[in-house]
Every structure is written in C-alpha cells, then in structure tokens.
Design a protein around this ligand. Structure first.
Ligand SMILES: Cc1ncc(COP(=O)(O)O)c(C=O)c1O
Length: 449
C-alpha cells in the first residue's frame, strides 16, 4: 500500500559549506573544492549506532550473507589457479574485455543493448560518479537531481563546486512538468546546467520508481534542452513483484550515460561497477580512469567474470530479491501497526522506505533520542542540499533481519510518540528546542550512504 500520495518534497539549490577548522594547521591550504568534503553532523551518532545493541535502519549495506561463500571462494580459487599472474597484474584502464562482454548480458535484463567497447569498468559505480563529475563539472555549474537524492553523489558534485537543483518527485518518480519549469527558471537565471542526475528505479532514498509513461518524456525534455542524463541504476534488478520499466538508456543511446554495479547483485567488497557511455565520453572516461587509478582491480574483475561464467548468477539475484522482499514486507507491516501517524513510500524493489513524520517533528533533532532508544535511521536532511527533508527519514530494510526490523520500528514508534507528547505539551517546533535542522549532505560514514 502506498501511504504517501503527495509530492515528496520541493527544495531549492544547494549552498557550499566549509570544511576543516582552525585546529587544522593546513586549514588555509586546502583547495576550494575540499570545502565540499565536510563530515556530516550525525557522523558521530552513527558511530554509536553501529553498536550491536542498536537496530540500525540507517545503513544501505547489502545482505551479503545471502551469498553462498563457496560460490565466491570457488571462483577465486579457479582464477588463481588458471589466471594467477594476470589476476595479480595491472590491466587495461577500460576493464577486462571478457567481463565487459558479460556486463552486456547483465544490462540486457533491463532492455539495454550496447557494445562492450562502450563500457568502462570502475571501482564501484561511486567511482564512475566521481570520474563523470571530474569530466563535466566546473565551479558554478548546475546538476539537476531528484529531491531527495543519493547523498554521496551530492558530496561529489559539491566537491566539484557545482550547485544542486532538486526537482520534486511523487509516487511515479521525477515530475516532468516540474523538471521543465526548473530548467526554464535556471536558464532564465543564466545558469549552466550540466546534467540531470537521476536514479529512476527503486530510488535511493525515496524508494519510488519513475513510471514507464514518464521515461520517454523525461528524456525528451533533456534532449530539447541539451542536457545529458546520468542514469544511476544500482537496484534495478532487485525488484519484488513486478519487473520495473526498462532502463532510460534502453530508450536513448546518445543522451544517457548509464551507471551499473555488482555491489547489490553480488557484493560491494569487490568494488566493481561500470559506466556505459557514448563513444566520445567513453574515451574521456577511460583516460580519467587511468589518471585516477591506472586500472580497476584485475583480481576482482576476473573473479566476477568467473562467477558470472560458472555460477547461477540470475538465481542468486532471485535469492536476494526474496530476502529483500520479506524484509520490506516486514517493515511495511510494522509501520502500519506501530506508526499509523506517519506516511511512507512502499517500494517494489531496492533497499529503502522514505518516511514522513507528523507535522512539527524533525528527524535530525529526534535522532539522538532514537539512538538512546537503540534504533537508528538516516535523517531526511542528509538527502537534500538545502535543509529540506527535516520531516523525513530514510529507513533501510536491506541489512537487519525481519525480527530486528520489527524491534527497530517498535522502538522508533516509542520515540515518535514521545516527541508527539512533547509537541503537545510545549507546542511550537516539535522536536527539542534549539536544535533546528540545517542543510546537510556532507559525507556520512561509507556504510550509511
Ligand atoms: C544510488 C547509488 N549510486 C551509487 C552507489 C555506489 O555503489 P557502488 O560504488 O558500491 O557501486 C550507491 C550505493 O549505495 C547508491 O545507492
């Protein structure tokens, strides 16, 4: 059941914030772009939240224990016996050719047909985001993204001193009319829009999926305005019931750069992702990859290639789907039972539920109390560049067990009820006085992003 029918949140553009402090003797030496790399204010809390007694609904860690260990050790063993010297050596900056061919089979599941020569293997799709931003962003450029958006992509955009302009979503994903209007407004201001960054399928953090009927329209708007589309798709194969619409890249070869990863369908520890890009951009991406890391890990690529060749990888994805489906259902049932005063999105895939608190409550101000009650979540403000999202939180169902999810949501309900009592007693801003939320899409700990 989709509880939230309305728009997710409307926001303005991001503003840079400072990094470092006067205790750092090199404070004045940092490049201006380092200002985008400040630690998040809730980072310290997340350290506490990693304690075993805390149920963490904050992290986006895949449940790798659902991957039979011998599938991985078998592949590793064969790689070392049969291709040991190659696996231990530097390789091509574009990535292992055999793996790039196999990636075509993975992308075909989402309707993409491409050539292996247009794929660049990267150190996770996070690294592809970094390389792409390095190629395209100058200070003051604008990146349009959904609001909310993936926090660690925004950290990268900000580190290249770009402005982020959020466009709202509803239950069907990015709103085409709002996108049109935003582009027109930015152009009228004389802004340089470099690209649209979008997570159309099982959005992180919103959990929603761009409706099929909107996909061609969004691409058309981008094309009419000469805006490149950066499609980030880590979760597309992890659907629960119905297959999602085909990837944006399946509809447009020239105007879309597509990012994929093995982090969610296999394991993030390999750090292998990829970019599929039109020829000219692909060339630049290879050069940027070589400049940054020489080549992606030969060992990881060969192990994944062997895994794809020898294991039932589609069956394994089915297993992951089953695990996440059960956890999502558990979370939704627990929300319905314990938090009827809230609304939330009900994703058909991926890892996340986006929850809206009752009017007057502030998720970031509430977090210390939640951690004290031994439950953690990610406050909504982390996913906006402008302080939006105070009334929201992201709840991840990917890692905790169903039992932990039930306990976590019960604890969260205690916290929300306590805050509502306070609100009734003292009125006003809801959460504790003097703790207003502020703009924050600074770096969370890696396992929280
Ligand atoms: C939307 C999105 N993009 C990119 C990434 C980075 O994934 P990786 O670098 O592990 O491929 C993540 C990880 O959670 C994500 O959620």
């Amino acid at each position: 059941m989709i509880r939230e029918k309305k728009r997710i949140h409307v926001t303005q553009q991001g503003r840079p914030s400072s990094s470092g402090n006067n205790l750092d003797p090199w404070y004045s030496s940092y490049a201006a772009r380092a200002a985008g790399l400040a630690a998040s204010e809730v980072r310290a809390l997340f350290a506490v939240a990693s304690r075993p007694e805390v149920v963490s609904l904050a992290g986006g860690m895949p449940y790798v224990s659902a991957l039979p260990e011998d599938l991985v050790t078998g592949a590793m063993d064969r790689v070392m016996r049969e291709q040991g010297p190659t696996a231990l050596q530097y390789g091509s900056g574009q990535g292992v050719p055999a793996l790039r061919e196999q990636i075509l089979d993975v992308m075909a599941l989402e309707g993409i047909s491409a050539s292996a020569s247009d794929i660049v293997v990267t150190t996770g799709s996070q690294h592809a985001l970094e390389l792409f931003s390095k190629l395209f962003l100058d200070p003051g450029d604008v990146v349009i993204s959904e609001g909310p958006s993936y926090v660690t992509a925004m950290v990268i955009f900000k580190s290249y001193q770009a402005e982020i302009s959020h466009v709202p979503m509803d239950d069907d994903g990015l709103e085409p009319e709002a996108l049109r209007q935003r582009i027109a407004a930015l152009k009228a201001e004389g802004k340089r829009i470099k690209f649209l960054y979008t997570i159309p399928t099982f959005h992180n953090p919103a959990g929603v999926t761009l409706a099929e009927s909107r996909r061609a329209e969004i691409l058309e708007i981008a094309k009419q305005n000469d805006i490149l589309v950066l499609e980030d798709n880590p979760y597309g194969l992890l659907y629960f019931d119905k297959e999602p619409p085909k990837a944006l890249r399946s509809l447009d070869e020239d105007g879309v750069v597509y990012l994929g990863t093995f982090s969610k369908t296999l394991a993030p520890g390999f750090r292998v992702g990829w970019a599929l890009a039109p020829h000219a951009i692909r060339e630049k991406l290879i050069l940027a990859n070589e400049a940054a890391i020489l080549c992606p890990s030969s060992f990881s690529q060969l192990v994944i290639s062997e895994y794809l060749a020898s294991a039932d990888w589609k069956g394994q994805i089915e297993t992951f789907r089953g695990v996440y489906r059960e956890r999502k259902q558990t979370m939704i049932a627990a929300l319905e039972e314990h938090l009827p005063m809230c609304t939330w999105t009900d994703p058909n895939g991926g890892f996340y539920v986006w929850l809206t608190l009752p009017e007057g409550l502030d998720s970031k101000a509430m977090l210390p109390r939640a951690v004290k009650e031994l439950v953690a979540y990610t406050p909504g403000t982390a996913f906006y560049g402008d302080g939006g999202g105070a009334q929201n939180m992201r709840l991840s169902f990917c890692y905790p067990t169903p039992e932990q999810i039930r306990v976590g949501i019960r604890r969260l309900a205690n916290v929300v009820n306590g805050e509502l009592d306070l609100l009734q007693t003292f009125g006003g801003s809801g959460s504790l006085p003097g703790r207003a939320s502020s703009s924050n899409y600074n770096a969370p700990p890696p396992n929280m992003s």
